[in-house]
Design a protein around this ligand. Structure first.
Ligand code: PA5
Length: 447
């Protein structure tokens, strides 16, 4: 179960002010539960864990089984933002660190790679170097069905699949809007199997829809356990109480932002497998809160590696930071440091200790050092890294995000700012309809 500890921040704030922000977060909780706040037509994610239809999971599992039977050993998941970060986060967290390098003998699940999240020509060319060596399928995900990055990648991967496989349309699954968008039209035309991104679930809240679940299932992981963990969290967070972890997290982060000048929240993980938890969380909070000239800037580090790079800044740079540490209470594997008779490396004082113990002491030592250096900390802890606990984390951060953004006074569910770059890019690329803007931008660039 996800637990939260906000004690590492308490000494930075006044208790009475925490009560004020707790009251605001409790009001925001009511708004979120009643569904009467800004963006209330995007609240479908709230009950996904407890209301996910069994047939959708069965359909995902049958695609997995069918592709396994065909011997597919590479699945390209195409999507950007909320259309890939949840799946990538889960797959990286649940995969063996060296899955790619380990012998492929006995591997029952295909390798999953991601595309459509950049416009790098080199990335796509190198993706195709891999594709030509493998037996390939593709999951293309775009809620709007019109996003440029995934559309470009899909055109290239689709062409390859069409030219190389007779069963081409069985190797492509599209996840998109129920009614509109180019991907919807193309899928109907080509006879692809499709899943729907529900109208009332925004991209960054969609990890527990087919957007996240299909890639996770195809990669060989247990989406049912993930939904179970999320459902348990949905239940745990449903109570309006000052002990509700989502309310505590939302209240404290808003208080640190409002009263203490803490402008940046750093998610800190101590396991390289959780690097993409940071990426998923940054999108969730950045896109949900960064608007109307407000919002905490979400950043992330992976320790202990980043203690040797960003650690200096966090300890002594601008005092605008606070940290949210993900503490995984138990390692899934065990490695003990053994005694060495010569002790030339002088590590015998650690003989008999688990590496995890060293990691825990690094985390606790860092916590105290950073608090001494003026960096408040919160801690979100989970038992271990598995599908169940990840499901709980996903739901915890989503629900807390809804409360936090309402506490801040912004609409958590829109992202108007994302359009600005798109318009300029379309104009510069010469997309029909953007001629006037194109001329203005070119004049500015040349001027
Ligand atoms: O959270 C969001 O809504 C966005 O980040 C989208 O997921 C992202 O822009 C991709 O959009 P689409 O799925 O429509 O291609």
């Amino acid at each position: 179960m996800v637990k939260i500890d906000i004690e590492g921040s308490s000494s930075f704030v006044k208790a009475a002010r925490y009560k004020d922000f707790e009251a605001k977060a409790l009001d925001a909780f009511d708004t979120l539960v009643a569904g009467n706040g800004a963006g209330n037509d995007f609240l479908g994610w709230k009950h996904l864990p407890s209301q996910t239809p069994e047939d959708m999971i069965l359909e995902c599992e049958s695609i997995r089984d069918e592709w396994n039977k065909k011997g597919i050993n590479l699945v390209v998941v195409i999507g950007i933002g909320g259309s890939y970060l949840g799946a990538r986060c889960a797959i990286e967290a649940l995969s063996h660190n060296f899955a790619k390098q380990l012998s492929s003998a006995g591997k029952s699940a295909p390798e999953v790679v991601f595309a459509g999240n950049n416009l790098s020509e080199e990335y796509l060319a190198e993706l195709m170097d891999l594709v030509v060596e493998r037996n390939v399928a593709c999951i293309v995900i775009s809620k709007s069905g019109t996003t440029t990055e995934p559309a470009v990648a899909f055109r290239i991967v689709k062409k390859y699949i069409d030219e190389h496989y007779e069963d081409n349309s069985d190797r492509i699954v599209a996840i998109t809007d129920a009614r509109k968008g180019a991907l919807k039209v193309l899928s109907a035309e080509q006879g692809y199997r499709t899943f729907v991104v529900p109208d009332d679930v925004g991209g960054r809240f969609s990890v527990l829809t087919p957007v996240g679940l299909l890639p996770i299932i195809v990669a060989g992981f247990d989406a049912r356990e993930m939904l179970k963990g999320a459902a348990e969290m949905e239940k745990a967070l449903s109570e309006k109480s000052s002990d509700n972890p989502a309310i505590r997290y939302a209240a404290m982060r808003n208080l640190l932002y409002s009263d203490c000048g803490k402008r940046v929240e750093v998610m800190v993980t101590y396991n390289p497998k959780l690097q993409y938890l940071g990426e998923w969380w940054k999108q969730l909070y950045g896109e949900s809160e960064g608007k109307d000239g407000k919002g905490i800037f979400p950043a992330s580090v992976t320790n202990t590696a980043d203690l040797h790079s960003m650690g200096q800044y966090i300890q002594e740079g601008e005092r605008i930071l606070f940290e949210t540490v993900i503490n995984v209470r138990h390692s899934n594997r065990s490695v003990t440091i053994e005694k060495d008779e010569q002790n030339l490396d002088q590590l015998n004082y650690l003989a008999g200790k688990h590496v995890e113990h060293c990691g825990a002491m690094a985390r606790l030592g860092t916590k105290l050092a950073h608090i001494d250096g003026g960096v408040p900390q919160m801690e979100v802890s989970i038992e271990k890294i598995d599908a169940f606990n990840l499901g709980g984390l996903f739901y915890f951060f989503e629900f807390a995000c809804g409360i936090s953004a309402c506490t801040l006074g912004v609409n958590p569910f829109n992202q108007p700012g994302v359009e600005a770059y798109k318009k300029n890019m379309f104009a510069l690329l010469g997309k029909p309809g953007y001629e006037e803007l194109s001329a203005t931008l070119k004049a500015r660039l040349n001027g």
